[in-house]
Unconditional design. Structure first.
Length: 204
């Protein structure tokens, strides 16, 4: 009799454990995504998505490459080597992203709102002035803007100057939405990634 009661009790615990909905760590998901996009850290994202770190790296590196190529679509005054130098600088900028993912809260629609504390970089706010300064220096040196390599030189030197002079603004907190796609799937949509990007790097 005692054994029967014990078995029933154990079964009740097991059934409750199995039927309890798995808690989705929205804050952890957002942090792992941002770490992968900006800091090139893929381990946690791979773990959450159930893929290998190599697969995660491939996803984000391919996305980064496509975004860089899109920037130069139709531009014929720059070589592949120069584009690679530009890409390396853009990667440096990404790594300057400063954020701290705070708490998350589930909404009535079963989505999640996630708070992120951000320290905005002024890189893109100073880039126009950096480009003007570099261009004027080239002109003073007697270098024509139409000469081969000048366009790329102005572009990369301007970026480097803004990187070297990077400063952060006051901390601010934004909220993003992690959207529920189906019973076991959530996504940080591109509109939300754009919101984060604009907060990290104003005037991007």
């Amino acid at each position: 009799m005692k054994r029967s009661i014990l078995l029933v009790a154990i079964l009740c615990v097991l059934i409750t454990s199995c039927s309890r909905e798995k808690t989705f760590d929205a804050a952890g998901y957002v942090k792992s995504t941002l770490d992968a996009v900006y800091h090139k850290e893929y381990a946690e994202y791979a773990k959450i998505q159930g893929i290998s770190e190599k697969e995660a790296r491939k996803i984000f590196e391919q996305d980064f490459k496509e975004r860089i190529n899109l920037e130069f679509d139709g531009v014929d005054r720059i070589s592949q080597e120069e584009i690679q130098k530009y890409a390396a600088l853009k990667s440096k900028i990404d790594k300057l992203a400063k954020y701290d993912v705070l708490e998350s809260e589930k909404t009535k629609d079963s989505d999640y709102t996630v708070k992120i504390q951000i320290e905005p970089s002024n890189i893109y706010q100073t880039l126009e002035q950096s480009a003007t300064d570099v261009s004027n220096e080239k002109i003073t040196q007697g270098i024509e803007e139409t000469e081969p390599g000048v366009f790329a030189a102005v572009l990369t030197e301007s970026l480097q100057r803004s990187i070297d002079g990077n400063k952060y603004g006051e901390k601010t907190i934004i909220e993003v939405i992690v959207t529920k796609e189906n019973a076991n799937s959530y996504i940080l949509e591109e509109s939300q990634m754009a919101k984060i990007r604009e907060a990290l790097f104003p005037n991007i």
